[in-house]
Design a protein around this ligand. Structure first.
Ligand code: ADP
Length: 682
């Protein structure tokens, strides 16, 4: 078996072929075991935290991952130069790359992970399914054949029955994966998945699965050594996901019974042994409401969410990995492993939940957590992070900044700790999902462990902040700002207007309302709501666009501080207190304090709809989907861009045509760049 060939031997220097929080985390354990640590870095990371913390660091190349972290020869050369006897790949990058492991074997360097043959057996989702099927592990109904003809795939989808899930065979991390609801959307989804898969994995093969509508994602941590021992370290529930990517994980899985735990654990160890596995691995299952479970895939590496397993078992999984890589037997046998308490992990991403989780970039003006101030016990809270105050968050890599991991005697206590810790986490300068995580963790359905993989979708209405604002209070504050701005502008001479205002044409004024109670700074987009107002003439009602809806809106001063705000005929009385650009709207139930500022003016004189489309984020252009001049209908996809490995499609703002594109496929664009000129039909 491949186990006997596995290149396990003692080493005293470890190179970590990764970046961010996982590189820092692996080096922490390596240092504790007395090893010397070597970091590698790209130009974008020359001063990154993992570089600062390592004993030695070697440059790999430019910022793009394929020219640095994914460059096999450069990584091996770095190990040679520093005398590293072993390489830990972390996750992502080279962690599941068979040829990399073979190259290390040839170079006599230990790979902290499974043999190349085991990676190959699981690396391809389709091949893995065939193998697991033969080993008697239950599978979701689907198609995982070699024939990739469009028509055949469409027929297979039909046979399996919609909704189906398209998955990149070579995929991972939710990339190249889409749900298809009906035959209509099949071809477009197939094309998109292939493009994403090609970009991320250099491979276009797809598999199709029946899309289960309410499954839980429950995965089992397994560990094998080079002596033929294998154990499972119980399960994790990772059902809370966005875009098929995990956001909140916990261990043990709520409601898990001892017999099911044993059944799933043993199936997982069987799967690992079937492929001659060595080291840490995770077997992922979908758990259906009726208790049946289906093999999804095996991740042949350490997982992002491994800390929750460490918390409940009291084991350091990286220490286990390093010991196994040195040829030692597993530290514990199955009957010596136990579960103590409950653990959660929350992933902090640089992204904007209110804008469909769009990745964000910038400089962290503050990144800190005051445990003592929040009354938290250090033994119960762990922040695994790859960044510190002052660090830049670039578009080049995954947007995950850090992980917050907590432990409690039971689920209720652990959840209370998670909430306090999230509140104590102070992140400024870059938009993050911190407040969103807090809303998840305080959500009644989450507290009741009413979980499935569509948890976020199902609870959308209560999870997204912008939809919970006091509408009339916001509208009132916006109208106060709009009246003031309109007065200022309308008293100007028309010849002096430099801001897009036109004679004889209604104009739009944009205002940003910021709630300082929820803002970490003035640009904190979690707390900023953009309002647009336009009116035909002085004195006529405003057309106000707020939270995705447009209202006919008026503001009427009453006695004293009182005002009446009317939105589409619904009138509400509030007190409005003003101090410069700060407005406090008060009613007996609540008080909303808002700071308003003007963003810009938009010229609506000529084109009815927007005439340009701007990049919502820094990224690259993947494809232009129409030719300039072709007539399109509102909502039709025009252009695809990508940032941080996620695709984002720009669609037509109205019926009309693209006059010109400013960029071509492959070009880099900055946030706010004008991508194309659009002419709406008259
Ligand atoms: P990746 O390797 O890209 O992470 P996975 O195959 O592990 O992709 O699937 C990721 C997530 O997608 C799962 O956790 C689950 O939420 C969802 N998923 C995968 N397969 C199915 C399916 N057949 N039906 C419903 N949901 C699925």
């Amino acid at each position: 078996m491949s186990q006997t060939n596995h290149n396990a031997k003692r080493f005293d220097t470890l190179l970590v072929a990764n970046r961010g929080e996982i590189a820092c985390r692996v080096m922490r354990t390596a240092r504790a075991l007395g090893l010397r640590t070597v970091a590698v870095y790209s130009d974008a990371d020359a001063n990154a935290r993992h570089v600062r913390e390592a004993d030695e660091a070697v440059r790999l190349g430019p910022a793009a991952a394929r020219e640095s972290y994914l460059k096999v020869e450069a990584v091996i050369e770095a190990a040679r130069r520093t005398g590293a006897g072993a390489i830990h790949p972390g996750y992502g990058f080279l962690s599941e790359n068979g040829p990399f492991v073979e190259a290390l074997d040839a170079a006599g360097i230990t790979f902290v992970g499974p043999p190349a043959s085991a990676i190959a057996a699981m690396g391809d989702k389709s091949a893995a399914k065939a193998r697991m099927h033969d080993a008697g592990v239950p599978l979701v109904p689907g198609y995982h054949g070699d024939d990739q003809d469009d028509a055949l795939l469409r027929d297979e989808a039909e046979r399996i029955g919609y909704p189906v899930l398209l998955k990149a065979s070579a995929g991972g991390g939710g990339k190249g994966m889409r749900v298809v609801e009906s035959a209509d959307g099949f071809q477009a989804a197939l094309d998109g998945c292939r493009r994403e898969s090609q970009a991320a994995f250099g491979d276009q093969r797809m598999l199709i699965e029946k899309y289960l509508t309410q499954p839980r994602h429950v995965e089992v941590q397994v560990f094998c050594d080079t002596h033929g021992n294998g154990v499972y370290l119980f399960e994790r529930d990772c059902s809370v996901q966005r875009r098929h990517q995990k956001v909140l994980e916990e261990a043990p899985a709520p409601g898990m019974t001892a017999p099911l735990r044993r059944e799933m654990g043993e199936a997982a160890v069987r799967a690992a042994k079937e492929i001659g596995y060595v080291g840490a691995g995770t077997v992922e299952f979908l758990l259906d409401a009726d208790g049946s479970f289906y093999f999804m895939e095996m991740n042949t590496r350490l997982q992002v969410e491994h800390p929750v397993t460490e918390m409940i078992t009291g084991q350091d999984l990286v220490a286990w990995q390093l010991k196994v890589a040195m040829g030692e037997p597993l530290p514990l046998a199955q009957d010596e492993l136990t579960i103590t308490g409950h653990s959660f992990e929350a992933r902090l991403y640089a992204e904007d939940p209110e804008q469909d989780f769009l990745p964000a970039t910038g400089t962290l003006s503050r990144f800190a957590m005051d445990l003592a101030g929040a009354g938290l016990e250090p033994s119960r809270v762990r922040l695994d992070s790859g960044v510190e105050t002052g660090d830049a968050v670039s578009m080049h890599y995954d947007p995950m900044l850090a992980k917050l991991i907590v432990h409690g005697d039971d689920r209720t206590q652990a959840l209370a700790t998670l909430n306090r810790a999230l509140a104590a986490l102070d992140v400024q300068g870059v938009v993050t999902n911190r407040a969103f995580l807090q809303r998840l963790a305080t959500h009644p359905a989450f507290r009741e462990a009413n979980l499935d993989t569509r948890f976020i979708e199902r609870n959308e209405a209560t999870l997204f902040a912008a939809r919970q604002i006091d509408l009339e209070a916001y509208a009132g504050a916006a109208l106060i700002g709009l009246h003031q701005l309109a007065r200022e502008c309308e008293s100007d001479s028309p010849w002096d207007r430099h801001d897009g205002f036109r004679l004889n044409a209604p104009h739009t004024i944009r205002i940003a309302l910021c709630d300082p109670a929820h803002a970490q700074d003035e640009d904190d987009s979690e707390a900023v709501v953009v309002v647009e107002g336009r009116r035909e003439a002085e004195g006529s009602p405003w057309q106000l666009t707020l939270g995705g809806r447009t209202f006919a809106a008026t503001l009427e001063p009453l006695q004293g501080d009182a005002v009446a705000v009317t939105l589409d005929g619904h009138r509400r009385r509030l007190q409005a207190r003003r101090d410069g650009n700060v407005v406090v709207m008060v009613d007996p139930q609540r008080e909303t304090r808002l700071f308003w500022r003007r963003i810009d003016a938009i010229d609506h004189g000529h084109h009815e709809a927007e005439s340009t489309l701007t990049a919502p984020m820094h990224g690259t252009v993947v494809a232009l989907l129409v030719e300039a001049g072709t007539r399109v209908e509102k909502g039709m996809p025009l252009m695809v861009m990508e940032a941080m490995k996620m695709e984002h499609t720009m669609t037509a703002p109205a019926d009309g045509h693209v006059e010109s594109f400013h960029f071509a496929a492959g070009d880099t664009v900055g946030q706010g760049d004008v991508l194309l000129e659009f002419a709406a039909d008259e």
